[in-house]
Design a protein around this ligand. Structure first.
Ligand SMILES: *Cc1c(COP(=O)(O)O)cnc(C)c1O
Length: 436
C-alpha cells in the first residue's frame, strides 16, 4: 500500500522545533514564522514540495525583518522619488535614528534630572544652518507646517494667494484645499500666468491673516508671466508666509531657480515652510523658520501637539544638519564624468558575463520635490527592457526608455554599485542573454 505523501507532512510543532525557525521566532516574532511554516506545509500537502523539505522551505521563505518595507535601489534618475521614500538618509543620520530608537533624553535634561525642551539639538542645528531665521520649529511634514500656519494665523480670516500658485502636490492633494480645510478663506488674486504686487495690495485688508507664496515646485509656467517678489509684498504690512517646498536653506548654484530659506527670509518673509526630506536630504519633516513671535505662536497652538515629530525624526534631522553632506546633495553635485566611468565599468563587467549591457547618457531630475524642468546630465547602465521585472523583484528600480532599461547612476550613488552588480548578475542575466 502506498502512503499518501500528504499524510507525511510534519506537524507544525515539529517544524517549529527546527533551531533555525526557533531562532527566527525570537528575531521576527512567532506570528511571522508560523505563517511561513503554514505556507510550507500547505505546499507539501499540495504536492509541490516533498514533506521532508518543509523546514527548509519555511526558512527560505522567512522575511529579512519584521517589517514589509523592502530596501530598494533608486536607479530611476529621479533624485527625490516620493514613491521610493524621497531622500535617503546619510550614514550619520541612520546611525542617529538607530540610537534614538531606544530610550533617549529627547525631552529630559540629564544635568538636572528634570523635563527639558523637546528636540533642542535639532532646533539649534536648524537655526545654526539658517542664521537668517530668528526661530525654528519642526512638524511632521511641509503640509503639516502649512496647516499649522493657516490655522494659527488665519483661521476665520483670509489668506491672500496668487492664482498661479494654487498647487496640487501629488496623489490628488491640493494645497488650496489643505489651507481652506483649516477654516481660513482663500482670497485668490491675479491670473494663472501673471500676478503682480498691485494684485496683492488690492486684496490685503482688515480680514487678511497673511499673504501666502507657494513655490511651484512640480510644474513650470513659461511665456507671458509675472509673479510678485517677496520683497515687494512685505511693505503691504501683513505677514508673508513662503512655502519654498524643497528645503534648501541657502542658495545652491546647481539649481539657480530654486528658492532657499535664507534668501526668502532676507527678503522679509515672516515665515518659511519647507520639507525635510527633499533637497535638505533629511527625514520627512516640515520646517518652520522665521520671526520668533510667529514661530512661538505656532508652537503654542493646540494643533502643534498633533503635528509634532518623534524622537527618530529629530535625531535624523539634527544629524543631517550637523553631519557630512547627505546623499541627495552628493547626487545633485556628482560630476557626470565620474558617473560615466561607473556606468562604463559596470556595463563592462555585465558584458563579461554575457549580459547585453552598455553605458548610456541619461538625464536625471530632482523630482516632484523641486527644480521642475531642470535636467541633470547623467549616465546609466542600459540593459534590455526584459530585465525590468527581474530587477524590480530584486529591489532595483530603473526606468524604461526607448525600449531599454536604464539604471541611472545619479540617483543610485556609488554605495549602490554592489547591489546593482548582485541584482543584474543574479537575476537579470538569463533575460539579458536573450538579447531582447
Ligand atoms: C512637496 C511640497 C509640499 C508638501 O510637502 P510634504 O513635506 O510632502 O508635506 C508642499 N509644498 C510644496 C511647494 C512642495 O514642493
Amino acid at each position: 500500500m502506498v502512503v499518501d505523501p500528504r499524510r507525511l507532512v510534519p506537524r507544525t510543532d515539529a517544524v517549529l522545533a527546527d533551531p533555525r525557525l526557533a531562532a527566527a521566532a525570537g528575531r521576527l516574532g512567532p506570528a511571522i514564522v508560523r505563517s511561513a511554516v503554514a505556507a510550507a506545509r500547505q505546499r507539501a500537502r499540495d504536492g509541490e514540495i516533498p514533506p521532508g523539505d518543509v523546514p527548509d522551505t519555511a526558512v527560505a521563505a522567512l522575511p529579512e525583518r519584521a517589517c514589509g518595507l523592502h530596501p530598494v535601489v533608486n536607479a530611476t534618475g529621479v533624485l527625490l522619488h516620493t514613491n521610493l521614500g524621497r531622500a535617503p538618509l546619510s550614514a550619520a543620520a541612520r546611525d542617529a535614528v538607530a540610537a534614538a530608537a531606544g530610550c533617549v533624553d529627547v525631552e529630559y535634561d540629564l544635568a538636572t534630572g528634570r523635563r527639558g525642551p523637546r528636540g533642542r539639538g535639532a532646533l539649534d542645528a536648524l537655526r545654526a544652518a539658517c542664521p537668517a531665521a530668528g526661530a525654528a520649529q519642526v512638524v511632521n511634514n511641509n503640509a503639516a507646517a502649512l496647516a499649522l500656519a493657516a490655522t494659527a494665523l488665519a483661521a476665520g480670516r483670509e489668506i491672500v494667494i496668487g492664482r498661479g500658485e494654487l498647487v496640487e502636490i501629488g496623489d490628488g492633494f491640493r494645497l488650496p484645499d489643505l489651507l481652506a480645510s483649516t477654516g481660513a478663506r482663500l482670497r485668490e488674486v491675479g491670473t494663472t500666468n501673471r500676478t503682480t504686487a498691485a494684485d496683492y495690495a488690492g486684496a490685503v485688508g482688515a480680514e487678511t491673516g497673511f499673504i501666502m507664496k507657494v513655490h511651484p515646485s512640480n510644474f513650470r509656467i513659461e511665456g507671458f508671466t509675472a509673479a510678485a517678489d517677496v520683497a515687494d509684498l512685505v511693505p503691504l504690512g501683513v505677514p508673508v508666509v513662503v512655502d519654498i517646498g524643497s528645503g534648501l536653506l541657502a542658495p545652491d548654484p546647481a539649481l539657480p531657480d530654486e528658492p532657499d530659506a535664507a534668501s526668502v527670509l532676507a527678503a522679509g518673509a515672516a515665515l518659511v515652510t519647507a520639507s525635510g526630506d527633499k533637497l535638505l536630504g533629511g527625514p520627512q519633516a516640515g520646517l518652520l523658520l522665521g520671526e520668533p513671535g510667529i514661530v512661538e505662536r505656532l508652537r503654542r497652538h493646540p494643533l502643534y501637539r498633533a503635528l509634532r515629530v518623534d524622537k527618530m525624526t529629530l535625531a535624523a534631522l539634527e544629524a543631517t544638519l550637523r553631519g557630512p553632506r547627505p546623499p541627495v546633495t552628493r547626487m545633485l553635485h556628482a560630476d557626470v564624468a565620474g558617473l560615466r566611468e561607473r556606468a562604463e565599468a559596470l556595463a563592462g563587467e555585465f558584458r563579461a558575463h554575457g549580459v547585453d549591457a552598455r553605458a548610456a547618457d541619461s538625464t536625471a531630475a530632482v523630482g516632484g520635490g523641486g527644480a521642475p524642468g531642470v535636467g541633470l546630465p547623467s549616465a546609466a547602465v542600459s540593459l534590455p527592457s526584459s530585465c525590468e521585472p527581474a530587477l524590480r523583484a530584486r529591489g532595483v528600480i530603473g526606468r524604461v526608455e526607448d525600449g531599454r532599461l536604464l539604471l541611472d547612476l545619479r540617483s543610485a550613488g556609488p554605495a549602490a554599485d554592489g547591489a546593482l552588480r548582485e541584482a543584474v548578475l543574479g537575476a537579470a542575466a538569463p533575460a539579458a542573454r536573450e538579447g531582447n
